[in-house]
Design a protein around this ligand. Structure first.
Ligand SMILES: [Zn+2]
Length: 136
């Protein structure tokens, strides 16, 4: 997995677990991602250095403000792409998630601005989840 992509996956997963009011720990992340606890610990060190994540002994892992912003952007990209695939490209709803998992990592504001402009609505994805408001 590419480095940026991997970081974005971690940040997105922590964001989603927090949304579900789950307490995020190294074991939770290692379980959900299917990787060893030591790889999780290594990645968390990098994310702390980048000031995306806060860790403290015996405390749940938390995103910083910058981490939350990054997670919202990835989630917005994912859900906009799903909406675009269904509304503009005619994909069936159950086919769009794996494609969005890839496209969400593209670093091109102009691309996502254009996707947003082409949609009739940019509030809700085809699964009914709300799309975070992001200015690309
Ligand atoms: Zn999805």
């Amino acid at each position: 997995m590419k480095k940026t992509k991997e970081k974005e996956h971690y940040v997105k997963l922590i964001f989603k677990l927090q949304e579900q009011q789950m307490s995020v720990s190294v074991s939770t992340l290692s379980q959900k991602l299917g990787v060893s606890k030591s790889s999780v610990t290594n990645m968390l060190k990098k994310l702390v250095q980048m000031e995306l994540v806060d860790t403290a002994p015996y405390q749940p892992i938390a995103l910083t403000e910058a981490g939350v912003a990054m997670a919202k952007e990835v989630v917005a990209k994912h859900r906009l792409i799903e909406a675009f695939l269904v509304e503009v490209m005619g994909f069936s709803i159950d086919a769009v998630h794996p494609i969005a998992e890839e496209v969400e990592h593209i670093d091109s504001p102009i691309f996502f601005r254009r996707v947003k402009e082409m949609l009739k609505q940019d509030q809700t994805d085809p699964h009914g989840s709300s799309i975070p408001e992001i200015d690309f």
